[in-house]
Design a protein around this ligand. Structure first.
Ligand code: CP
Ligand code: NVA
Length: 310
């Protein structure tokens, strides 16, 4: 059956559980077949990849995803665009839409992406905003699916900052039916509106709990996931965050409460021995490097999907 293609991928809420499952399955096929020559659904097509903030994984994996699917990526730093000199988002969207088949952007304020998407006539993809990182969540779920096969009811703990990566894990994890336990300091809890939206999208078997007890969240979990304590754009608040987040370090003490076969996840970049113990990051239970690799495979499936019906 042909899946209905959304125009954009800004928060992950554009896709339902069945579409998500299909994307993850397709990611695994593309991963398997990577060395034997990918299909070229992007042949003759192009994508603008705009980075207003630094990036290692997203930058490299997206450019390669477009190339491996036969397309042409135009990678731009924010400061190269006239946008940086005051050209409007609207005009930027209208012009880029005349050149490329897809626009992907890493920026700060999520509202900028929404404005771009309103005016673009090609799909717009969020490469991270202050509020969301949906491409990361696709790779996270792909990594969990590879390890555990069944995502429905899989207990996964998020410990640390209730940030963009947590928001996307909530919104897409709900669509996968995860048993998500989020533990953050109360002052750094995920946006309650996003939690509500995630709850409203829960697939059967899924559950979402939000609290501030990392041990309770970790108990019996098959994956423990954390992220940096100071995200891009939050630097002015660094000291307060480090103090609040110290009890949420992903370390052996938390790991002892998790399931025996539990993995640790981190979207990277990491600060070893700050938010995550280096023994865990580099240890046998780390799925972090698969998670980083899986950005590429998941994004290829996403690109193929977004451009399929265009
Ligand atoms: N996880 C992630 O998005 O990494 P980059 O900031 O390096 O792209
Ligand atoms: N939460 C981090 C993720 C980086 C990939 C940030 O927004 O900086």
């Amino acid at each position: 059956s042909r899946l209905a293609a959304p125009r954009h991928f800004l928060t992950g809420e554009e896709i339902d559980g069945a579409t998500l499952a299909a994307l993850l399955a397709r990611s695994r096929v593309l991963k398997q077949g990577r060395r034997s020559g990918s299909p070229k659904p992007l042949a003759g097509r192009s994508a603008a990849l705009v980075f207003e903030r630094p990036s290692t994984r997203t930058r490299v994996s997206f450019e390669l995803a477009v190339v491996e699917l036969g397309g042409y990526p135009v990678v731009l730093r924010g400061d190269e665009l006239q946008l940086a000199r005051g050209e409007s988002i609207r005009d930027t969207a209208l012009v880029l839409s005349r050149y490329v088949d897809l626009i992907a952007v890493r920026t700060g304020d999520h509202a900028k992406l929404e404005e771009l998407a309103r005016h673009a006539s090609v799909p717009v993809v969020n490469l991270l905003s202050q509020q969301h990182h949906p491409c990361q969540a696709l790779a996270d779920l792909l990594t969990l699916a590879e390890r555990f096969e069944e995502l429905r009811g899989l207990p996964v703990a998020w410990v640390g900052d209730g940030n963009n990566v947590a928001h996307s894990l909530l919104l897409l994890g709900a669509r996968a039916g995860l048993d998500l336990r989020v533990a953050t300091p109360p002052a750094l809890a995920p946006d309650p509106e996003i939690v509500e939206r995630a709850r409203a999208a829960l697939e059967s078997g899924g559950r979402i709990s939000v609290g501030s007890d990392p041990i309770a969240a970790a108990r019996g979990a098959r994956a423990l996931y954390t992220d940096v304590w100071v995200s891009m754009g939050r630097e002015q608040d660094a000291d307060r965050r480090r103090a609040l987040l110290a009890p949420f370090r992903l370390d052996e003490r938390l790991m002892r409460n998790a399931a025996e076969d539990a993995v640790v996840l981190h979207c990277l970049p990491a600060h070893p021995d700050e938010e995550i113990a280096s023994d865990l990051l580099y240890g046998e239970q780390s799925a972090v490097w698969d998670q980083a690799e899986n950005r590429l495979h998941a994004q290829k499936a996403l690109l193929e999907f977004l451009l399929a019906n265009e």
